[in-house]
Design a protein around this ligand. Structure first.
Ligand SMILES: Nc1ncnc2c1ncn2[C@@H]1O[C@H](COP(=O)(O)OP(=O)(O)OP(=O)(O)O)[C@@H](O)[C@H]1O
Length: 358
């Protein structure tokens, strides 16, 4: 629970026939927060946003905007605004007319409309002369900026984004990600942003809410979720990861392969009755030469493939564990003639995270 949240969702449930698309979820969003909602296809992200903006009605539960219940308020009277993936700009109108549209329907006069449109264009780095440019003559990135300027012209309490960058090429997406982050900082508005892309979520948001089958499985900062995922699903969803099944009663062949001392096993505080998974990120595994001296976990293996990731190099290392281990090193630590060579991998307990349960 957050004190004085701008948005509170309580027991929100949405069924389609027998199917629960949202399963009684709760969420508090702070004023001015940038929250990303990520999850696999079909996890309920769009269903949630549709309920929040009033495009659909919940089966059960309530939505509060600054202590005012809004789930019974029609979409056009909710002080929220959505930037659609498809933008929904008016193609026959100019940039200026599109941005001014929300002001026009609120009865703002022409002089003030134009002044505000130019101010928003400047905020979105659109030159003044674009005011008279037709939407059809704008590039994909420019249309995104116009859509954002128009959304801000509504002066909404919260801006919702439903995968606004997914259709753009990589370079433009990266540029707009930075601009959105900057726009968020400058406007101080609350942003709620749906994305499939974890990279986008990690780069832009203050917190990430991870959805699975109509539920939130973890809501926290990107750093915390990355370092301390609550489940194997979250660990795998948050980037490349090495997972080792362990428990005290029944050491898997894999944990034995790891040459862990009884002292370290004790420190793991495994619970006999519950399955447990050790999580190690590829960048936390070292290639310490042949002995693995000084590391609490050590495993011998053979490099079977190498991938160039730009500033880093990733190796897949075959060991006695079922899955090849993934190891990442900075480019300057790249091994020569790596493929086929025998290596000992090492890491310490402080770089592991233990998940108990499934
Ligand atoms: N109108 C509807 N009638 C029946 N089922 C629906 C309806 N709308 C959504 N669903 C189902 O609810 C589940 C959640 O859908 P939703 O669109 O919210 O997922 P999503 O996480 O946004 O997926 P994606 O990332 O693919 O857009 C899906 O299984 C979907 O088939």
């Amino acid at each position: 629970m957050i004190d004085n949240p701008v948005l509170r969702i309580a027991g929100l449930h949405k069924s389609f026939g027998d199917f629960n698309a949202l399963d009684s979820i709760d969420l508090d969003v702070s004023d001015g927060e940038f929250l990303a909602i990520v999850g696999p296809s079909g996890s309920g992200k769009t269903t949630l946003i549709r309920l929040l903006v009033g495009m659909d009605e919940p089966t059960e539960g309530t939505i509060w905007l600054r202590n005012k219940r809004i789930d019974n308020v029609p979409a056009n009277r909710r002080p929220t605004c959505m930037v659609f993936q498809s933008l929904a700009l008016f193609p026959h109108m100019t940039v200026g007319q599109n941005i001014e549209f929300p002001l026009k329907i609120r009865g703002v006069d022409a002089v003030n409309r134009r002044a505000r449109a130019l101010e928003l264009m400047s905020l979105l780095q659109l030159p003044d002369y674009y005011y008279d440019k037709r939407i059809a003559a704008c590039s994909g990135g420019e249309k995104q900026r116009v859509a954002l300027a128009r959304a801000l012209a509504f002066d909404p309490e919260i801006l919702f984004f439903d995968e606004p960058l997914s259709a753009l090429d990589y370079r433009l997406r990266k540029t707009l990600e930075k601009e959105l982050r900057e726009l968020h900082r400058r406007t101080g508005k609350t942003f709620i942003y749906i994305t499939h892309s974890l990279e986008e979520a990690m780069g832009m948001s203050d917190r990430i809410a991870i959805m699975k089958q109509g539920n939130f499985v973890q809501i926290d900062s990107a750093d915390t979720i990355y370092a301390h995922p609550v489940s194997r699903f979250v660990a795998g969803f948050m980037g490349e990861v090495n997972l080792f099944s362990v428990n005290n009663r029944d050491h898997s062949p894999c944990i034995e392969e790891l040459n862990v001392s009884p002292r370290v096993i004790n420190q793991l505080e495994l619970d006999d009755s519950r399955p447990a998974t050790l999580v190690v990120r590829p960048e936390n595994i070292r290639l310490p030469g042949n002995s693995g001296e000084g590391y609490e976990f050590k495993v011998d293996g053979q490099i079977q493939s190498e991938f160039n990731l730009g500033s880093r190099v990733q190796y897949e290392v075959k060991t006695e564990c079922a899955e090849p281990l993934i190891v990442e090193v900075f480019r300057e630590n790249r091994l020569s003639n790596a493929i086929g060579s025998s290596v000992t991998l090492g890491w310490n307990l402080e770089h592991c995270h233990l998940i108990t349960g499934e």
